[in-house]
Design a protein around this ligand. Structure first.
Ligand code: BGC
Length: 262
């Protein structure tokens, strides 16, 4: 079995663990280092180096990024340094780590989507599945029959409000906003419901999987999520979905490894 290291770059922490690609399980306790203030590329590279050394890792690395990633280039940066925008981050990280193995980069919510479809709450679900991550930002992964349409960025939709002012979904309903505005779970659940109802209208998903840090406390808010037609469940892999999906993606895109990492 080849082991792939999955790394999840988040707004508050950078987390990593080696992943068993047959089962989706972590092969060692995950390590978390706080995201350096501003999340500048050099500082993030430094943290990645620490994580690779901590696990004494030799092999491919999958890395999630909280923005658009197209062919290894980071094209947006809502919650990290703007210096990432337009960078060939894949090449920057591979060179900077000075390792013989490739780094493979993908959007964080897309990684969570891949992991939930293969090992988690969306396994074997027919039709459209939307994985929505509620954290510092709002991320989305659109899947059909387990196949991902990358970079959907549905957290940046605008919703109309009663006073006619458009609301940016991420700035109104993310988990960060719940904390900052000290919203009760009921109030916040109402906002998330309003947002998901709009997504339901647009995509008619069979299932919504709600992920991000908040998925650990689903018993507090799931009851407040109201939808017309779609089922809604918390992410089964909880906050580990990013790490697992990053490792899966690296295995799929590494010339020396099969899809299962062998
Ligand atoms: C970014 C997305 C990301 C999400 C969650 C948004 O602000 O635009 O790319 O998936 O935050 O981190």
């Amino acid at each position: 079995m080849s082991v792939v290291l999955g790394v999840d770059i988040g707004g508050s922490g950078i987390k990593a663990a080696p992943v068993n690609l047959d089962t989706g399980e972590l092969l060692a306790e995950r390590m978390r280092i706080p995201t350096p203030p501003g999340a500048e590329p050099d500082a993030v590279l430094g943290v990645l180096g620490q994580l690779v050394r901590h696990f004494d890792h030799q092999g491919s690395i999958g890395v999630t990024f909280p923005g658009i990633v197209q062919q290894g280039r980071t094209l947006s940066a809502a919650n990290v340094s703007k210096a990432w925008v337009g960078m060939d981050a894949d090449a920057f990280l591979t060179r900077g780590l000075g390792i013989d193995f490739d780094v493979h980069l993908l959007n964080d919510a897309d990684a969570a989507g891949l992991a939930e479809a293969r090992f988690g709450a969306a396994q074997g679900v027919e039709g459209v599945v939307l994985v929505v991550t509620l954290g510092t930002g709002i991320g989305s992964a659109l899947l059909h029959g387990g196949v991902l349409v990358p970079n959907t960025e549905l957290g940046h939709l605008y919703l109309s409000s009663r006073n006619g002012k458009a609301r940016h979904a991420e700035s109104w309903a993310s988990a960060r906003i719940r904390e900052e505005k000290e919203l009760s779970y009921e109030e916040w659940g109402g906002r998330v419901s309003r947002y998901l109802q709009h997504l339901e209208l647009l995509f008619s998903p069979t299932l919504f999987v709600l992920g991000g840090g908040i998925s650990k406390k689903a018993d507090k808010w799931l009851q407040y999520i109201q939808l017309q037609r779609s089922e809604v469940v918390p992410a089964a892999l909880k906050n580990e979905a990013g790490i697992v999906g990053a490792a899966m993606y690296a295995a799929q895109h590494s010339p020396t490894l099969g899809e299962d990492g062998r």
